[in-house]
Design a protein around this ligand. Structure first.
Ligand SMILES: CCCCC/C=C\CCCC/C=C/C(=O)SCCNC(=O)CCNC(=O)[C@H](O)C(C)(C)COP(=O)(O)OP(=O)(O)OC[C@H]1O[C@@H](n2cnc3c(N)ncnc32)[C@H](O)[C@@H]1OP(=O)(O)O
Length: 303
């Protein structure tokens, strides 16, 4: 379904979120395997599986957009709506974000959403990306990223927006912002998030070089908080969650807001200009050629 352009994504998501979903089944509720009561029922959508545990107040949210959890417009939309649903349900205090796809947490922007597309589509897509970042970065919930696979670029943005990151110890699971290697540039709000996490000098180096850090280096630079064997990612994420939930919500939430608001406000003040910048940048012929070549390389690499 084509969406009317010119209407802000956030406004539409708030007014009629379901209308944004193309061919999705968001809101479906089904019993979890072996589950019984309400606390064990899972809900979600085609691309986001939510396993809520009402007793602990923690939900596990799994990205499932195979093969690599590329952030399609649909996945972005479903993530925002699932998060909003949990935020509005006072039963929940924390979310563990993880991947349902083997070996990949999230491959970042779905390049097919910005390659060979018209400016209106690119604008709509970018607004959805901004919306997800704003929602996660300012979420009142505790968000723990259980990173069970490769985590480049947009995947790293999602992880960085969480409060805590646990990475599986596998040399193939690299994390970082590799935009420059694709010939594109991380927007200022992404740069700010990086700086807030690993500091100015480390960000300056990593952003320019497009560094993707293997687990030990990611831990050393402060990009993740824990690196653990792959089969312990989930349990470690739960332990981290318990540590964060031990703090009274109001004090933690106000502190989080104090730490993050200025960074988010910077985007909120210039959201339209940021969208325009993105669109005019990615629609340049030279950038389209780079993206096309990069996608081609990814496809050939497979064969
Ligand atoms: C001044 C103005 C400012 C302007 C701002 C401009 C730009 C803003 C940038 C915004 C910031 C965010 C940027 C991004 O996120 S860009 C995306 C970067 N992502 C990557 O570089 C990751 C690419 N993928 C991989 O490295 C690997 O796929 C992998 C994630 C490590 C997984 O490897 P593997 O399991 O071996 O899978 P394959 O490589 O075989 O891939 C399977 C199929 O998936 C397709 N694929 C992979 N990644 C993407 C993607 N990001 N988008 C779309 N499609 C993707 C791949 O081509 C394979 O497809 P096929 O089955 O058809 O061959």
């Amino acid at each position: 379904m084509a969406l009317a352009s010119g209407v802000r994504f956030a406004e539409r998501a708030l007014l009629r979120p379901w209308a944004l979903l193309r061919g999705t089944t968001l809101g479906r509720t089904e019993p979890a395997a072996g589950g019984g009561g309400d606390g064990a029922r899972r809900f979600g959508s085609q691309r986001v599986l939510v396993e809520p545990d009402a007793a602990s107040g923690v939900a596990v949210m799994k990205l499932r957009n195979p093969p690599v959890n590329a952030l399609s417009l649909e996945l972005l939309t479903e993530l925002v709506i699932s998060l909003e649903k949990l935020e509005n349900d006072k039963t929940f205090r924390g979310v563990i974000l993880t991947s349902d796809c083997p070996r990949v947490f999230c491959a970042g922007l779905d390049l097919t959403e910005i390659c060979g597309r018209n400016p209106a589509h690119c604008a709509e897509y970018w607004k959805a990306m901004q919306e997800l970042w704003l929602r996660t970065y300012l979420s009142s919930l505790v968000l723990v990223a259980a990173i069970n696979g490769a985590c480049p670029a947009g995947g790293c943005i999602i992880a960085l927006s969480c409060d805590c990151r646990v990475l599986a110890d596998n040399p193939k699971y690299r994390i970082g912002l590799n935009e420059t290697l694709l010939g594109i540039i991380a927007p200022f709000w992404l740069k700010d998030t990086y700086v807030n996490t690993i500091g100015h000098r480390a960000s300056e180096q990593a952003l320019q070089l497009g560094s993707l850090f293997p687990p030990a280096e990611a831990l050393q630079v402060g990009l993740v908080d824990q690196v653990v064997p792959e089969d312990q990612v989930q349990s470690t994420a739960l332990s981290e969650m318990a540590r964060w939930l031990a703090v009274p919500d109001h004090a933690r939430q106000l502190t989080k807001n104090m730490m993050r608001k200025a960074t988010a406000d910077r985007l909120l003040r210039q959201r339209d200009a940021d969208t325009q910048n993105f669109v005019s940048f990615v629609c340049r012929d030279s950038i389209q050629k780079s993206l096309q070549a990069y996608l081609e390389k990814l496809r050939q690499r497979k064969g």
